[in-house]
Design a protein around this ligand. Structure first.
Ligand code: SF4
Length: 352
């Protein structure tokens, strides 16, 4: 399953949309996405932090990107805000001394490509890179170097993808990933689901998405109807790293998804300086539970070049897990895991 593909710069943003009106829910979220902040300068200016501009990388291929909704949750004037630190491109992303331990494909995605955009690593599950677009650029992203232009699903790849899935009858779960699959609008998503639903042995659709956290307007009635009417058991894994990301609107939307029959889970990445603190992780778990979402995984950082400064280390992670176990019921303690390229499942991290 090996494909030699050269990385290309990411071009994540979809085409601008100019036709939004309050009674057009699809155009509404597309309009917010189209006006998302795309420069460190404008972000810092808006947050009264322009004095930090010399610490930022304004030339990066992996551009700054964040929605108004997300930026509104950042405290003005606070250079250490945990949400700001997730989106601000810093010069240290290119510091050789820090970044040399990372790689451009830390979890072995390219090696596991079974068809264009289809990654088959684990028994019973296959993952579809349904788009390269996102509503936010998380600086720790393990796919920040992924060659989306050549190795994402597209309508041209549909035949090969469905053929592979049809032939592999052991695949019971399809995981939509990206990029962010909910950047696809309801029409595109509906077409994709309709195709996948024709493959009888697929029972579960899992959607990995940051959208409920960064673009809550995307969770519209059309999406809820689409998910509710699918024959699949739908699992949505939101990616929240800090309780500040889950304010009232986000929590209300998660309740709506829950009432639409969606199983809600969360996975976080342990990020130095952002959430590597027991009180923060405990608060996140409690907040997720209020929002009908169970903490599923706490990931050690995938060692990707450009993000190694977020690495909190395994020992710290184990200490944090012990403290979470002390403070929380078991069902609110996420599994501490690491994805190791070539392994047939996530690797649980324990203290021996
Ligand atoms: S972590 Fe997810 S939402 Fe963030 S940049 Fe990567 S793919 Fe996009």
């Amino acid at each position: 399953m090996s494909h030699a593909i050269e990385p290309v710069p990411k071009k994540f943003r979809p085409a601008p949309e100019h036709t939004a009106s309050p009674d057009d829910p699809e155009a509404f979220w597309k309009k917010e996405l189209a006006r998302a902040s795309t420069s460190a300068h404008s972000l810092l200016q808006r947050l009264d932090l322009l004095h930090l501009i010399n610490e930022t990388d304004q030339e990066t291929d992996f551009t700054c990107l964040a929605t108004d909704t997300y930026i509104d949750k950042i405290k003005t004037g606070d250079p250490n805000d945990p949400l700001l630190l997730q989106i601000l491109p810093l010069n240290k992303e290119h510091d050789e001394n820090i970044q040399s331990a990372g790689s451009t494909d830390p979890v072995g995605d390219i090696e596991a490509l079974a068809s264009q955009g289809l990654i088959h690593k684990y028994h019973g599950r296959a993952l579809l890179i349904s788009t390269g677009a996102c509503a936010i650029h998380c600086r720790y992203c393990f796919r920040r170097h992924y060659p989306y232009q050549q190795a994402s699903y597209s309508s041209k790849a549909l035949h090969d993808v469905t053929h592979y899935l049809e032939q592999h009858t052991g695949i019971e779960e399809i995981i939509l990933s990206g990029g962010d699959p909910l950047v696809l609008d309801n029409n595109k998503l509906s077409g994709l689901l309709a195709k996948l639903e024709t493959i009888e042995h697929i029972k579960t659709l899992r959607i990995h998405t940051r959208i409920p956290v960064v673009l809550p307007g995307r969770i519209n009635n059309g999406l809820l109807d689409l998910l509710q009417s699918s024959r699949f058991h739908i699992v949505m894994v939101i990616h929240s790293n800090h309780a500040n990301e889950l304010q009232q609107t986000e929590c209300t939307n998660l309740h709506r998804l829950h009432h639409a029959g969606v199983t809600l889970l969360n996975q976080s990445v342990l990020l130095k300086g952002i959430n590597d603190n027991a009180d923060i992780l405990v608060e996140l778990s409690k907040r997720l539970f209020q929002c009908k979402t169970l903490p599923y995984y706490l990931h050690l950082l995938d060692p990707v070049t450009g993000a190694m400064h977020f690495d909190a280390g395994t020992e710290k992670a184990l200490d944090l897990k012990t403290e979470m176990e002390r403070q929380l019921p078991g069902y609110l303690v996420p599994r501490l895991v690491q994805e190791i390229a070539g392994n047939k499942s996530k690797t649980a991290i324990f203290r021996i």
